[in-house]
Design a protein around this ligand. Structure first.
Ligand code: FES
Ligand code: FE2
Length: 327
């Protein structure tokens, strides 16, 4: 399998890296430590001291750098050894550093060829920075590979059975899947009339639009248009950023937003989103990964249904990107 390396991946939400935090997170199989300098800039290094390979994240922040808790070597944000308690700071002690960008309320990390980082764009998620949205955020980690997560988001027919609130038995959508000229995959789902939240009196049209950007950024909108007198319009938009931790585990950053004036309490919005993503999707994906073990999806000869076409195209694209990088 392997990873697409030359891409910007979400390392964290900006708010996860406060002034005193040493954030430890494995990305594409590599332990990473990140922290915020007094200037506000976030820096990231390999989370491994070059002396005896202790995790630097077990140490502490010292000024704008970090001190290893094992024998006390200190490193700055570029990974250079700046202090040795027991003698001269060895110039050979250099920790790998990773390019970081902080944009759209997220800290993004680049694990690939450093020279290419400037040439690759960070996926745009406009609602994260636009005025007029009330946003809820989540971060979780799942013991399932990120391609299983892509498959999940690129086939929303699973909502009929897995998601009571955003799907349910009447969720039997007409599905249109296409590739856009810019390389994104767009999945459109339409149910012309269904009951809302199990309330059959309230009839709405439901239209979902999901856009996938390689390797693993999804933006999903769900829109209700009233079809009966008691129903009300509703719109929720969410993003789903999947950063491989290892080949079979994923950091999952999600955010969901409603227009600022919508009278839904923050806790209810947060709970609804979290239930779908973390209580309904996540255990299913972890169970699938456990069933599949180390096998690749294609080696297991999966049955393909029409609604799988987005996921299949995404998998093909990722395979092509990985092969391109290998050459
Ligand atoms: S392992 Fe870090 S100083 Fe020795
Ligand atoms: Fe889901």
């Amino acid at each position: 399998m392997g990873f697409v390396r030359n891409a910007w991946y979400a390392l964290s939400w900006s708010h996860e890296i406060g002034a005193d935090i040493l954030l430890a997170r494995k990305v594409l199989g590599k332990p990473v430590i990140a922290w915020r300098k007094s200037s506000g800039e976030v820096v990231a290094l390999a989370d491994m001291c070059p002396h005896r390979f202790a995790p630097l994240s077990k140490g502490e922040k010292v000024g704008d750098g970090v001190r290893c808790v094992y024998h006390g070597l200190e490193f700055d944000g570029t990974g250079k050894c700046t202090h040795n308690y027991h003698g001269v700071a060895p110039s050979s002690a250099q920790v790998q550093s990773f390019p970081i960008r902080e944009e759209q309320k997220l800290v993004w990390i680049w694990m690939g060829d450093v020279e290419l980082s400037e040439k690759v764009a960070i996926p745009e998620i406009p609602f994260l920075t636009e005025e007029g949205w009330r946003i809820q955020f989540g971060t979780t980690n799942a013991k399932a590979g990120y391609e299983l997560y892509n498959d999940n988001l690129l086939d929303l027919t699973h909502a009929t059975f897995l998601h009571g609130v955003i799907g349910g038995p009447e969720w039997k959508p007409k599905t249109r899947i296409r590739e856009l000229d810019d390389g994104r995959i767009h999945c459109n789902y339409l149910v012309e009339e269904m009951g809302v939240l199990g309330d059959n009196e309230k009839r709405v049209q439901v239209e979902d639009n999901l856009y996938w950007t390689a390797p693993s950024t999804h933006v999903l909108s769900i829109e209700h248009t009233p079809r009966s007198a008691t129903a009300t319009p509703f719109y929720v938009i969410s993003c789903h950023l999947l950063t491989p931790e290892t080949e079979r585990s994923t950091h999952y950053f999600w955010a969901g937003a409603v227009p600022a004036g919508v009278p839904i309490p923050d806790e209810v919005l947060h709970d609804t989103l979290r239930t779908a993503f973390e209580i309904e999707d996540k255990p299913m994906l972890e169970a699938i990964q456990a069933n599949m073990g180390e096998a690749d999806l294609w080696d297991l000869n999966p049955v393909l249904l029409p609604a799988d076409s987005g996921a299949v195209r995404a998998r093909r694209r990722l395979k092509a990107l990985r092969e391109e990088e290998r050459q």
